[in-house]
Design a protein around this ligand. Structure first.
Ligand code: ACO
Length: 432
């Protein structure tokens, strides 16, 4: 795959020419291998936000931001969302290939049999205030898994790593549902082995012990799609956080907790919550021009949530699938005339025609429609990012495992351009 030395990049510093190899991927931009730059020149590169820096080699996910393409292990996201299911996607991300029927059955059974969490974890939840943000709870309890599952924290043992990945994929929905139930003051609903992954999650969130209610199949399908669409997105902020945490040899549960913390931010996974709050704030279709103007005003920090993406300079392919799912679900639930959907559709139309958004290539991202879908399912806004974290767990664990396996992997340790005081002497407090 990598075709080293077929091309060189020349860098001239102080009249000295240095040559660095250009590595080729299977598709996508080539990379200039500058790992020897510091030892050769005593200089670092400067790239805040890593806009031009590849931090690793990976075989898992590919994005072409200009064309709006997203592939998991080579498969287009649209095909996986249309024809596959989330567990199959997890298997694909973890193993590199789609499972055959017997592999799928075995994987399904393993995940299903890992969905329960240690009963003592329940006590963690009672320690949180009922109004705690569920992402705050998730940061805590997912990290705490490392205190319960000691037999899968040795990162040097491939078998233990595999079990940790299974446990995380299996237990995330259980913990997410427990966080939700805690906020409602309702008893925890235990996982049900006869239900699919998505239906089991919905049942744990919306079931009550006093009633035996079937999970709505349309809702379950929509949930499965949300999970597939969010399963991985190459080296995004939370995945890079997981890799960086893991690069020190930290255990997988702690690493995924760090990914959850990063995902929480409104510029990342928190955008779906922020997007729905924004639609609330806009309030009516007639107010849209005012908010478009605010988003364009350089002196106003307001941004159109659910618009723009570091990598996509075209329509986010996940947003297209989500838009379709959104219409189907609202139709099914008789919510076709939902005022938020009306605002969202008009906002999208106006923004897509506006010069500012066109020139800056700001298109709707997956969060633009996912919030409306999750709200229609009955989730409160605070749960949106939690749902994202459930789906993204498959990507996090796959990327973490790939990193640990990578022989060239070293502890992640960026450098800096120091612009602080060059050195001074301590002064007694009376002289300051
Ligand atoms: N509304 C208005 N203007 C925007 C928006 C927006 N949503 N997004 C970017 N811009 C403008 C910026 O002001 C900037 O303008 P300038 O060049 O005149 O200064 C230009 O577009 C480039 O923006 P950057 O912030 O430099 O782009 P970056 O790649 O760093 O940010 C990000 C990407 C964080 C997603 C940004 O577009 C944003 O804040 N969007 C809203 C939040 C959001 O929807 N996040 C979800 C991301 S998807 C996900 O995590 C699943």
């Amino acid at each position: 795959m990598s075709d080293k030395n077929s091309e060189n990049a020349k860098l001239t510093i102080n009249n000295e020419d240095l040559r660095y190899s250009v590595d080729k991927g299977s598709i996508g931009p080539d990379v200039i291998d500058i790992s020897k730059l510091y030892s050769d020149t005593g200089k670092f590169t400067y790239d805040p936000g890593f806009t031009s820096t590849a931090s690793c080699k990976s075989t898992i996910t590919y994005i072409d931001g200009e064309e709006g393409v997203l592939l998991y292990r080579g498969y287009p996201i649209e095909q996986l969302a249309e024809k596959g299911n989330y567990l199959e996607t997890c298997y694909l991300l973890l193993n590199g290939e789609l499972p055959n029927q017997s592999e799928y059955n075995e994987f399904d059974e393993i995940i299903t049999n890992h969905t329960m969490v240690h009963e003592q974890l329940n006590r963690f939840f009672t320690g949180f205030r009922p109004d705690a943000h569920p992402m705050a709870i998730m940061c805590g309890v997912v990290g705490a898994l490392s205190a319960f599952y000691h037999d899968s924290t040795d990162v040097n043992d491939p078998e233990q790593r595999k079990i940790a990945c299974f446990r995380l994929i299996a237990k995330m929905p259980t913990l997410a549902a427990m966080a939700y139930k805690h906020s409602l003051g309702q008893p925890t609903i235990y996982p049900q082995n006869n239900l699919s992954y998505a239906s089991n999650f919905l049942n744990m969130c919306f079931g009550v012990p006093t009633e035996d209610k079937d999970v709505n199949e349309t809702l379950s399908k929509a949930m499965d799609k949300i999970l597939i669409l969010h399963a991985d997105h190459e080296q995004n902020a939370s995945t890079s956080t997981v890799r960086l945490a893991g690069s020190s040899g930290a255990n997988p549960f702690a690493c995924i907790a760090s990914g959850i913390a990063c995902l929480w931010g409104p510029a990342h996974g928190g955008a779906n919550e922020a997007c729905l709050r924004m639609l609330d704030e806009i309030g009516s279709v007639k107010n849209i021009p005012e908010f478009i103007n605010k988003a364009k005003d350089k002196n106003d920090p307001f941004r159109l949530m659910g618009f723009g993406h570091r990598v996509y300079k075209n329509y986010d392919p996940r947003a297209k699938v989500m838009q379709k799912t959104c219409h189907e679900l609202l139709d099914h639930l008789g919510l076709k005339n939902d005022p938020k959907l009306a605002i969202a559709m008009e906002l999208e139309k106006i923004a897509l025609e506006d010069d500012y958004f066109v020139e800056k290539k700001l298109y709707p991202n997956v969060d633009f429609y996912s919030g409306i879908v999750m709200k229609a399912m009955g989730f409160p806004m605070e749960m949106f990012t939690v749902l994202f974290s459930v789906g993204r767990t498959a990507g996090w664990v796959s990327q973490w495992d790939e990193m640990v396996e990578d022989k060239s992997q070293r502890i992640g340790r960026p450098r800096q351009l120091y612009v602080g005081n060059p050195g001074r002497d301590y002064q007694d407090i009376k002289q300051r």
